[in-house]
Ligand binder design. Structure first.
Ligand code: NAD
Ligand code: MN
Length: 352
């Protein structure tokens, strides 16, 4: 039997509510399948912790997480703490320190889900977002606060190593999963230094994979194509900012943020990877037990796939789809009135 040690960071808002359901599903799976077990260690590092300690996690927080097999992350964000603090003191250090340079974000329309698009073609692609550099840097500055000449500069960092490794990951993933095409999301017509560099490195990698087609579109055009012909996409390779934006759009065409899972992956497995729904802490619906936990349960399933248990990933996804197809248990974002917990329970009943 394999035992996996999971660090659980529930975070803020709906983070703890949806994470509780994901853990519940993993525990149910453990009861049904004697080949796997888990230990869960919870870390209370959220905005409340920040208000008490003036930091999002202890000095040795990353060291504490390092020995876990994986991290299950809720979401962070609270009106009492600037978003820059919760993101840059918790999520970014974890992503960077543990070299989780891949943000893996499936966009898949599940059975039983109606897309807002008037189109019943299957939507099933994956956004591979660069997760360690790019537009999300803390390099830059501002001057002359309050004066007419006030200004701000924000630097984008792209390195040969960083772009090469995300492009390689996208192509390897495409090849291993029988995809035939990689789409590069760019904006090299307007962002002439970093994005032309990005294109050049991506195309160096693309040239090595003659079995996989390459296409390149500007990010604004891709946004329209996601709506007009989402069935054409297979693997979409994007920078940190573009991948972030495309993933919320991707979620919208498959039913909303309740259906968008993600993994922050360290492909070398030298450090733990981190799994979290694409959505944030949703303060507008927090504390009401009405958040849709599917994105977080699906993220936990991605974690199992990362552990090499594709079978369990598929089992969880089949259970989710079985619930969706019955249309009996639906959370308010789906037009129903089921609670977060009822959705978790319904999925567990379909396992095994
Ligand atoms: P959000 O994703 O939290 O919410 C956007 C909208 O989607 C809201 O109307 C919300 O109610 C709805 N929604 C999100 N998840 C849902 C779910 N599971 N079920 C039903 N409805 C859901 O984005 P936001 O409002 O822009 O940000 C809120 C906070 O979350 C901010 O503090 C932001 O910085 C933070 N945030 C954190 C992360 C993260 O932890 N990785 C990601 C994005 C945003
Ligand atoms: Mn986002």
């Amino acid at each position: 039997m394999s035992t996996y040690n999971i660090a659980v960071l529930p975070g803020d808002g709906i983070g703890p509510e949806v994470t509780k359901e994901a853990v519940k599903v993993l525990k149910a799976l453990e009861r049904l399948d004697s080949s796997i077990s888990f230990t869960f260690t919870e870390f209370p590092w959220n905005s409340e912790y920040y208000l008490q300690h003036q930091q999002m996690m202890p000095e040795d927080g990353l060291e504490q997480l390092q020995s876990f097999d994986s991290i299950l992350f809720g979401a962070i964000g609270d009106a009492r703490v600037p978003d820059q603090i919760s993101i840059w003191q918790l999520i970014m250090p974890i992503r960077k320190q543990f070299q989780q340079f891949v943000n893996f974000r499936p966009v898949k329309r599940l059975k039983g889900i109606e897309s807002p698009l008037k189109n019943d073609k299957p939507i099933d692609f994956v956004i591979i977002r660069e997760n360690g550099e790019g537009e999300y840097s803390n390099i830059g500055g501002s001057m002359f606060a309050g004066e007419d000449r006030e200004m701000a500069v924000q630097n984008t960092i792209m390195t040969r190593k960083g772009v090469t490794q995300i492009a390689e990951f996208a192509y390897q993933y495409a090849r291993e999963n029988n995809y035939t095409k990689v789409t590069n999301a760019t904006k090299s017509n307007a962002i002439i230094h970093t994005m032309t560099f990005w294109d050049r490195i991506v195309e160096e990698v693309a040239a090595k994979y003659s079995d996989i087609d390459y296409e390149r579109y500007y990010i604004d055009a891709i946004a329209a194509y996601f709506v007009q012909r989402p069935e054409d996409f297979q693997v979409v390779l994007a920078s940190n900012l573009f991948g972030d934006i495309l993933s919320d759009l991707g979620s919208a065409i498959v039913g909303g943020l309740g259906f968008a899972p993600s993994g922050n992956i360290n492909p070398t497995r030298e450090y733990p990877s981190m799994f979290e729904a694409v959505h944030g802490s949703a303060p507008d619906i927090a504390g009401k037990n009405i958040a849709n936990p599917i994105a977080q349960i699906w993220s936990a399933a991605l974690m199992l796939e990362h552990f090499g248990r594709r079978d369990l990933y598929e089992e969880i996804l089949a259970a989710i789809e079985a619930v969706l197809e019955e249309k009996q248990v639906q959370t308010p974002d789906m037009g129903g009135n089921a609670t977060t917990e009822e959705m978790g329970d319904a999925i567990i009943r379909k396992l095994g």
